[in-house]
Design a protein around this ligand. Sequence first.
Ligand code: SAM
Length: 236
Amino acid sequence: SGFRATVLTLYPEMFPGPLGLSLSGRALDRGDWSLDVANIRDAATDRHRSVDDTPSGGGPGMVMRADVVARAIDTVSPADDPRPRLYMSPRGRRLDQRLVRDLAAGPGVVILCGRFEGLDERVIEGRGLIEVSIGDYVLSGGELAAQVTLDAVVRLLPGVMGKIESGSEESFEAGLLEYPQYTRPQVWEGREIPEILTSGDHGRIRAWRRAEAERITRERRPDLWDAYRAGTDGTT
Ligand code: SAM
């Protein structure tokens, strides 16, 4: 599909990492997407190749410098780059399947991975970075968050998943969590596969799966359930 991902990081050796294996790795080998990794440190200009400095106003830790980060971005992503530029950040918009789908429908993505206490605010503004969080916890760096984001996006690219259905019936795609799955053996430790699933009656199977998906969503995720019932989940 020509989806182009570029990652900016202080730890380029962390890539492709798990993205080079399994579904995303095979897709990479096939050329369904491309991954370029740039070392932010290559944009440093001083003798010590420094990328960070102490926080203005005091406080612990270090902050990534606006000038160095901007130079790193400009090297891989010109001003007219149509790709969104993400900064993985616990302050960001929470990654969800809707954002994943929007990204997969676009030309690619530039992802900046933070380290230390994060970036100088001015480079977020000056380069139009979109802050994206993978959840309400703090990682030591943005690399794993970038990999989570790319894993979720790449599996939606055309040709990546074997069967179209395996993308359209799973958790979140219909605004519901997924129904329970089973496979052989028919009886395991005295537990049987629900009889309906081996009945061959596809209409009843579909109805059972829908009812189970609704029950599980209602029990586990009242927030998703309310949105689903209100028809305002925005996933369709
Ligand atoms: N001082 C920052 C704060 O409180 O928001 C945390 C910085 S964190 C130690 C270092 C880097 O890890 C961040 O710049 C960001 O790139 C990445 N990171 C940490 N938690 C993340 C999350 N939940 N989602 C996405 N990226 C995260």
